[in-house]
Write a protein that binds this ligand. Structure first.
Ligand code: NAD
Length: 481
């Protein structure tokens, strides 16, 4: 049995709540770990440690190249322990080990990318109205950062925050999702081994409304970075007003994948699947809303149905498995409820909507790949984030109609479309109101490219150069000689 503690000011400690939480394996609901359940007092202690490390501990003054060395070391350790960490992530989330291995490779790359950027920005000299003066613009670390992450990509999402914050010279208090803390604990251990000074990195486990809320409310936190649902994001934004801290939000998505008649048919079918069935559809950029032009609609839907029927559902540790369980009993109930809503709204169920029949899968939180056709723009199943292995199909006739409908949503995280018409590529990619638009592809991420949402899908950007800048303040220094 894995035991997990809190990491505050360079010490592994029990929570002052005295409580522990069982961490469950979504495959069979068995207990895989017992971890300390932190509370507001633990969080206050972690913030104090991060504050001290920032204000007196010398972390922001440490040369960027030295901070980078530690980040490179951490990346090496992640690579060294890749298999163990991938298996831990799969145990905690149910996703296939192969997917978790990709995550670990990405994560090592993310630490290396931000390590490489850490010492590259030397500031800028700008024109000054006074010839006897010099004006420079420099970037300085924001300060103490609270970092709250979700359960779907636990360490990947945490690394998007952790790596740039540390590279910029900030100190951090990480709060992983209470149901998937294991790889965040592991990366904290590796950071300790790499030699990050006490107080620079703190990890507090525990419930969002206690640990996360304290981070959002505290006057000693300078920035709160959050990835999760829209409702929680709004709560955090309100809580952050006390000291007008910076707020970075990566929220939900309902992402259209538009297939025009002139698309490469086979590739579009492949990617309509790839767009959704990673981690059983529990991905913020899942292309769960597939829109198909009339000329190919029936053939496309049938091809998709046949491919979905063949998805191998099972234990993420079995190399043949293509899709594992959902994260929890509560989440399974939510997805099943959406399936009922869709049926009542008049969507046509073509596949799935049930649990698997295999006796070996009965204890886990499984939902079979589910396909609805004849969906309309105003249905809840089309407008709301289901976060499960469910695809809805909408039929459309014209390009204008596709754009108008795709944009008719509160979300703006990502969208994709498929066409061989070069003029259309230009028109549609500019007309779609989303933070990322994929053309003839779907769900392509890489650390150099900024990620974030338009509209209610978020505030600010992660990854890329801008992902580092989010953790900096801009200072203008005017020198009159
Ligand atoms: P969630 O909002 O329920 O929880 C996310 C985190 O917030 C958890 O750590 C939770 O403990 C914490 N939290 C809960 N209440 C809080 C409060 N009052 N104050 C502070 N923190 C609080 O989200 P989830 O169910 O863990 O994750 C799924 C959601 O995350 C989906 O909507 C998904 O789209 C989104 N997501 C977005 C991205 C992105 O890049 N935009 C990436 C991954 C997931």
């Amino acid at each position: 049995m894995i035991k997990g503690k809190l990491y505050i000011n360079g010490q592994w400690i029990e929570s002052c709540s005295g409580k522990e939480r069982d961490i469950l394996n979504p495959f069979d609901a068995s207990t895989i770990a017992m971890v300390a359940e932190g509370n507001r007092d633990d969080t206050k202690a972690a913030i104090k440690a991060a504050r001290h490390a920032f204000d007196q501990g010398g972390w922001p003054q440490t040369p960027a190249s030295e901070r980078a060395k530690l980040l490179f070391k951490l990346a090496d350790f992640i690579e060294r322990d890749r298999e163990e960490m991938a298996r831990l992530e799969s145990l905690d989330t149910g996703k296939t080990v192969e997917e978790s291995r990709w995550d670990m490779d990405d994560i090592a790359g993310i630490f290396r990318y931000f390590a490489g950027l850490a010492d590259k920005d030397g500031g800028e000299v700008i024109a000054s109205p006074n010839p006897d003066s010099t004006s420079t613009v420099i970037r300085e670390p924001v300060g103490v950062c609270g970092q709250v992450s979700p359960w779907n990509y636990p360490l990947l999402q945490a690394s998007w925050k952790m790596a740039p914050a540390l590279a910029a010279g900030c100190t951090i208090v990480m709060k992983p999702s209470e149901i998937t803390p294991l790889t965040t604990l592991k990366v904290t251990e590796l950071a300790e081994e790499a030699g990050f000074p006490a107080g620079v990195i703190n990890t507090v486990l525990g419930p969002g409304p206690e640990v996360g809320a304290e981070l959002a409310e505290s006057d000693d936190v300078d920035l709160i970075s959050f990835t999760g649902g829209i409702a929680t994001g709004k709560t955090i934004m309100r809580a952050a007003t006390g000291n007008v801290k910076k707020v970075a939000l990566e929220l939900g998505g309902k992402n259209p994948n538009i297939i025009f008649d002139d698309a490469n048919f086979d590739l579009a079918v492949d990617y309509a699947l790839n767009g959704v069935f990673f981690h059983a559809g529990q991905i913020c950029s899942a292309g769960a809303r597939v829109m198909v032009q009339s000329g190919i609609h029936d053939r496309f839907v049938e091809a998709l149905r046949q491919r979905m029927e063949r998805i191998v559902v099972g234990n993420g540790f079995d190399e043949k498995t293509q899709m594992g369980p959902l994260i929890s009993a509560a989440h399974l109930a939510k997805v099943k409820n959406y399936i009922e809503i869709a049926k009542n709204e008049g969507a046509k169920l073509l596949l799935g909507g049930t649990r698997p029949t295999d006796p070996a899968l009965q204890k886990g939180y499984f939902c079979m790949p589910t396909l609805f056709s004849e969906c309309a723009n105003d249905m809840r199943i089309v407008q709301e984030e289901v976060f499960g292995p469910v695809i809805t199909i909408e039929r459309f006739d014209t390009e204008e109609e596709a754009i108008e409908r795709a944009n008719d949503t509160i979300y703006g995280l990502s969208a994709g479309f498929w066409t061989s018409n070069v003029d259309r590529i230009e028109r549609v990619s500019k007309a779609l109101r989303f933070g990322t638009v994929w053309v003839n592809d779907f769900n392509v991420y890489f650390v150099q490219a900024p990620w974030g949402g338009y509209k209610q899908s978020g505030l600010g950007r992660e990854l890329g150069k801008i992902g580092l800048e989010e953790y900096t303040e801009v200072k203008h220094i005017y020198r009159n000689y």
